[in-house]
Design a protein. Structure first.
Length: 595
């Protein structure tokens, strides 16, 4: 039998309250085998004077639209199928099943079920928004033989039910509602965050009194109160757990080198509202990863370096299932030393207690494993470095507040970012003549207790395209000649198949003639590029005016070999000029195209 289970939940409807019907039936061409629970005449919500005829001769399958509409409004909520053989002849509500077939019905058949609910008032032209979730649950049968034991399912359903585990499907059903409308989140900014469950976290003794039966009643006064959100604000969010926001990053260029600076303020301090709703720690930031690629496909990005916090998962042995389970969020090493250091006589090394050599603690048994790689030392076991290693943690995370402090430079960079969250990494030994996509992602440790894996921000969204060539600042201070490549441009060189052109996502489906390019390197950030024939005719003019000098592509431009008349250029010798828009200086060169 399948160890899992599925179910349907009504998540949200426009009605404040609903009348819900739940009907199931077993369809069969033989009317004696066509069965479903039916209420007795004069009983139930409708108290009908006669049994409705479904048109099949059986008790189960509704035949035709009239019968289907009837079953939608019958207000029945059927008993579970496994209890069919246990319905007694003197039951006050349900028709007594055919006892020759009841046991087989209880064991399971090709069964249909219908959930219907209402009522709703709908005017002509209106729509009715309804939200359902179809959820699944793992480990439903705690006894592998439970679903196969027909006798137990037929005649001892309570024993059968005692070996079913609804925990996973219940959690998923609850999560489906929370995903639809995140608890504790004011989606429409009207000041309402939904309902909360409030509870005392600390109290002091106040007084005692004697109860009516002579018992002593102690009274306490709450001194500390906390709360857990239990419902949303009624405005759909359609958001589940999500990774930390990606850090903002910048790229500076040198010959053969890209330096990525990034600031992780938002990544490290933004709570996950969905985890907050589940009662877990919403600040689940785990680390950063740095990638680069030669094209924009996610699968093309290669990991350059990563950083993650030093923390460990604690797997606890569960006698009921004879295996280890993960119940808590990862522990830092300091937390584990505080918990268990005294037991081992000082420091505590989690890696000394793997699964093959677990840790005994009173009546508990558990082992530890690193969460991610624990590459947590900047500049040593991670290529990522802190730009300001001695910067203190700021007294406020609000930039404007820090700017008003007399010692604001202790906390803020010249461009107004918090120094404590500033990082950098250099990618070296790159080709200066090809472009690279680079990005920095943030990831969390997921939700161990719920089985939610680690989530990471996108590798491709907000990536930066750059050439490992001279920056605009370098060109201003150290004049470099403009150069053009490939020169000569040869159509038989198959540049596209070699990965030198046609990599942009916007041109992937284009023909080869529409992805060709000749590159101009070391150009001024603001300039005009002109290509001429030997006769002096202007073939193409390119305005390179719209890039900030800090843009890592500001010293690079491309020509697609298309003329100003939108024709493919022909073979020949051409001249090019680059006119600096700020100084008026002009550089001249020539190039050869062999088509």
């Amino acid at each position: 039998a399948a160890p899992g289970v599925t179910g349907t939940r009504i998540v949200r409807t426009p009605a404040e309250s609903l009348i819900v019907s739940f009907n199931w039936w077993i369809s069969n061409g033989a009317f004696t085998l066509d069965f479903g629970p039916r209420e007795k005449i004069g009983k139930g919500a409708l108290k009908e004077a006669e049994l409705y005829d479904y048109g099949t001769g059986g008790l189960g399958t509704p035949h035709g639209d009239r019968s289907k509409y009837y079953i939608m409004r019958n207000r029945e909520f059927d008993y579970d199928q496994v209890y069919t053989a246990n319905v007694r002849i003197d039951d006050t509500l349900w028709i007594y099943p055919n006892q020759f077939l009841a046991a087989d019905f209880s064991d399971g058949f090709d069964t249909r079920y219908l959930i219907s609910f209402g009522p709703f008032d709908i005017d002509p032209g209106e729509t009715l928004p309804l939200s359902f979730s179809y959820v699944a649950g793992a480990n439903f049968h705690t006894d592998p033989l439970n679903a196969d034991d027909n006798l137990r399912a037929s005649y001892e359903p309570d024993i059968y039910y005692s070996k079913l585990n609804f925990e996973d499907i219940t959690t998923n059903a609850r999560w489906s509602s929370w995903i639809y409308d995140n608890p504790g989140v004011d989606t429409d900014d009207d000041g309402y965050f939904g309902n909360y469950f409030r509870f005392a976290t600390d109290s002091v003794f106040d007084s005692t009194s004697i109860g009516q039966f002579g018992d002593t009643i102690r009274w306490y006064t709450q001194t500390e109160v906390d709360s857990i959100p239990i419902s949303g604000d009624g405005v759909p969010d359609f958001q589940g757990a999500k990774p930390p926001p990606a850090p903002v990053h910048w790229v500076t260029t040198e010959i053969g080198k890209l330096t990525i600076r990034f600031n992780g303020l938002r990544s490290e301090t933004t709570p996950d509202n969905f985890l907050k709703a589940t009662g877990e720690d919403p600040f689940d930031f785990e680390g950063y990863r740095v990638y680069y690629a030669r094209d924009e496909r996610s699968s093309s990005y290669s990991l350059i370096a990563s950083y993650d916090r030093e923390n460990y998962n604690k797997w606890i042995y569960n006698n009921d299932i004879n295996d280890y389970v993960l119940l808590d969020v990862p522990f830092t090493k300091d937390e584990l030393i505080s918990l268990y250091g005294a037991v081992v006589g000082g420091s505590f090394e989690p890696i000394d207690y793997p699964r093959t050599s677990p840790f005994f603690f009173f009546d508990s048994l558990f082992y530890f494993e690193a969460q991610d790689y624990n590459a947590s030392t900047f500049g040593i076991d991670s290529k990522i470095e802190r730009i300001y290693p001695n910067a203190p943690y700021p007294p406020s995370l609000i930039i404007d507040t820090l700017m008003n402090l007399p010692d604001d430079t202790l906390y803020l960079t010249d461009d107004g970012y918090i120094k404590y969250f500033e990082y950098q990494i250099a990618i070296e030994n790159l080709l200066p003549t090809v472009g690279y996509w680079v990005n920095v992602t943030a990831f969390d440790y997921g939700s161990p207790a719920s089985g939610l894996p680690s989530l990471e921000s996108s590798r491709t969204i907000l990536s930066t395209f750059a050439y490992a060539n001279n920056s605009a600042e370098t060109l201003q201070s150290n004049k470099q000649d403009i150069y053009v490549y490939p020169n000569p441009y040869r159509i038989d060189a198959e540049y596209r198949s070699s990965g030198y052109e046609g990599l942009d996502a916007s041109v992937v489906g284009n023909a080869n003639d529409r992805v060709r390019k000749i590159n101009f390197a070391n150009v001024p950030p603001k300039c005009t590029i002109r290509i001429f024939s030997l006769d002096g005719d202007l073939v193409r003019e390119i305005e390179h005016f719209f890039r900030d000098p800090s843009d890592p592509t500001s010293t690079h431009e491309e020509w697609d070999l298309i003329t100003r008349n939108t024709q493919l250029v022909v073979s020949g010798l051409y001249y090019w000029t680059v006119e600096n828009a700020e100084t008026g200086e002009v550089q001249v060169g020539k190039l050869v195209i062999i088509m």
